[in-house]
Ligand binder design. Structure first.
Ligand code: DAH
Length: 338
């Protein structure tokens, strides 16, 4: 067999073939496992040693030439296909290209941004605080002393052996940091991530989100607190909701309250309000004098209120999510719904 003649013949057949399938067949016939080139290589052992090298080289050159010709013909087929599509009646070159797939904002990010806008419109400043916090800010300065039982319900992750450095258990430490750097009157909110040493279940996670609020000024009273909270609820649920205050104990406020709102989802009891028509929404109160003092503010001169909104809980309420752990596990089937 003469390789040159074989190549010539292959070229002619490749040029003459009409479609990609026919081309594949020709390719297989020449350079496939049982093709012409393979059988050329198979004869090598039977040749005289001095002929082997040249024969092998010829076989390889043939293979390369045919592979190249096949690829070129294949490219011609593809261009022709594109040309044809372009000439078709329904091709509109002015249409924008398909949009790249984009994700969406996490429901916690969405609610955080909405609340930030709402509070900024009421003259509040938005603050950040460190997630790894000093025991002093997380507990001591908030009137939670070393042996205080409130530490049990906010057991945390300690980050050093002496226990000075903790993962913050709430956003309340930002209250102290805000007071240290500001002169009253001022209003701030501080949304962020908090951590607890927690056995997780559908309503508890070791990591969740809160938003702290703090207002310090002249003669601030519970009336101001209720007014601000009603505005907050209107922003979240889009209408006015009745609220009620129950006494609640938090060492950093006095008096301290649990603020409940009328269930926005029913009139006479549902699964969200556990048939009570009230939902427990946010703890709050008037700032304890010890806390003002710890922040360098004179409690005889100034007063204020604080609140701690559970953002994770709020998102669960809003979207009827039944397990807090969905918020952090990154499952796209969950996230794509927002
Ligand atoms: N920091 C408290 C917690 O995480 C919530 C809280 C209660 C914040 C009362 C406040 C407040 O600002 O006034 O359990």
């Amino acid at each position: 067999m003469d390789p040159e003649q074989t190549l010539q013949e292959a070229h002619e057949r490749i040029l003459a073939c009409k479609d990609a399938n026919a081309l594949k067949d020709i390719e297989r016939e020449y350079v496939g496992k049982k093709g012409v080139v393979a059988s050329m290589l198979a004869t090598i052992p039977s040749l005289a040693p001095e002929q082997r090298k040249a024969h092998g080289q010829k076989a390889n050159a043939l293979k390369q030439a045919i592979t190249k010709a096949v690829a070129e013909r294949q490219a011609e087929f593809e261009t022709a296909k594109l040309d044809q599509a372009r000439r078709a009646d329904d091709f509109d070159p002015t249409l924008p290209p398909p949009r790249a797939r984009r994700g969406s904002l996490h429901p916690i990010t969405q609610v955080t941004r909405e609340l930030e806008d709402l509070f900024v419109s009421m003259g509040y400043e938005v603050l950040d605080g460190p997630e790894v916090e000093l025991d002093h800010y997380n507990f001591e300065a908030l009137n939670i002393t070393k042996d205080h039982p409130a530490r049990d319900s906010q057991d945390t992750f300690y980050c050093d052996e002496e226990g000075h450095l903790v993962l913050r258990t709430h956003t309340s430490p930002v209250q102290i940091r805000a007071m240290e750097k500001r002169k009253p009157p001022f209003r701030v909110i501080a949304p962020g991530r908090v951590f607890r040493q927690e056995t997780t279940d559908a309503s508890h996670d070791h990591t969740f989100y809160q938003m702290e609020g703090l207002v310090v000024g002249d003669n601030i009273s519970v009336a101001h607190l209720i007014g601000a909270m009603k505005t907050l609820l209107r922003g979240i649920f889009g209408r006015d909701l009745d609220v009620r205050l129950r006494p609640g104990h938090f060492p950093f406020v006095e008096p301290g309250f649990e603020l409940d709102a009328r269930c926005p989802f029913c009139d006479d009891g549902c699964s969200v309000c556990k048939k009570t028509t009230w939902i427990e929404l946010l703890p709050c109160g008037l700032i304890h004098p010890n806390v003002l003092r710890a922040g360098g503010i004179d409690p005889e001169r100034w007063s204020g209120f604080a609140f701690g909104l559970g953002l994770s809980r709020l998102v669960m309420l809003r979207h009827n999510i039944d397990d807090v752990r969905h918020l952090l596990d990154g499952d796209l089937r969950f996230l794509e719904q927002f």
